[in-house]
Design a protein around this ligand. Sequence first.
Ligand code: NDP
Length: 397
Amino acid sequence: MGKVLIIGAGGVSQVTTWKCAMLPEVFEEICLASRTKAKCDKIAQMLPRPIRTAQVDADNVEETVALIKDFQPDLVVNLALPYQDLSIMDACLATGVDYLDTANYEPPDTAKFEYSWQWAYHDRFKDKGIMALLGSGFDPGVTSVMTMHALKHHFDEIHNLDIIDCNAGSHGMPFATNFNPEINIREVTAKGRYWENGQWIETEPLSVKREFELPENLGTMNIYLMYHEELESLAKFVPGLKRARFWMSFSDNYLKHLEVLQNVGMTGIEPVNFNGQEIIPLQFLKALLPDPASLGPLTKGHTCIGVMVEGIKDGKPRKYYIYNICDHQACYAEVKSQAISYTTGVPAMIGAKLMLTGAWRGQGVFNMEEFDPDPFMADLNQFGLPWKEVFMEGFDK
Ligand code: NDP
């Protein structure tokens, strides 16, 4: 049905490429390209069928354009880092090819992520007759579609949203991040922000804490209010939304290490002169920390990510929770990866599939909230991320 060029060969890419390779009727040909070709070749060796691999520096638009012209994909799936979003979108514009990513653009020198830069491409993508799908991971991605599923099937109005991302798994290492350490630590050390009554309210980093009882006897975890990019698109696309917050679980051990690293300046993104060489502390820290991909065989337990929704149905208040539980070891058995990469990599494949099959189509730049949630929700069940929904007690069902 189509040819896909996947850029980036990290943890998420391994899962997406594997899942695409398992679906030859949709992804007829696959090219996996990244800065370090050896990483593409390593992934290629694990797959059930042959794919092409290539070297590309996606910061360089001409290089990416040359690769696109050579391979002639129908779609480029960007699984490099958020820093590359705009240069890959430029390459797609230059060649007239569709685009998909899992994280919004972030300038390397400012810890600030928002959709404005990518939304600004809408008219150019529309004029070119091509489509960009932004944020097709789990959060953003699945959480956005879960919300639209709730709105379509269970609510007349949604008032309050709480996205809750818990990792009840453990890798047994003293300190490690589950995905790219630089992106992860930039996100966690940023100020919190949530949407209430039409405006953004800012909180100090990790200063708002709650306890959350996970479903299916997975225990109770501390969750912390953070800013996350889907809040921006949900505030735009869910009519009548009064409040939207994002929460993530952290263990006391993770927070203890993070506090010390922050206090000694190791999480900074300003260059520091060391022995005549400029280094960015956070990038140096990334070089010291375990590669998230190495955590795959070590990680046990589950992730549980979902959305708590409050609103109105048929004039009565309703409270509802929709979630996915993912088992780290089951993911490793399937695609040699832990659940954090799995829960991002599978939705990226599903978004790509819906674009290639025409189930989700448009001209311009789109967020996940803008399409019919039904085919995406059905594919989650089919391709490894089954979801459940609960109507909370004391509220109308
Ligand atoms: P990794 O760091 O494991 O992988 C990133 C890959 O991109 C590496 O192979 C890296 O190459 C490559 N890369 C970096 N810069 C370039 C460049 N200039 N040109 C070509 N390739 C490049 O990250 P993850 O797999 O953990 O994350 C991938 C993306 O998914 C990120 O954008 C992340 O923010 C996003 N994400 C989204 C989530 C969601 O739920 N929506 C959750 C988790 C992640 P090299 O190895 O040579 O450095």
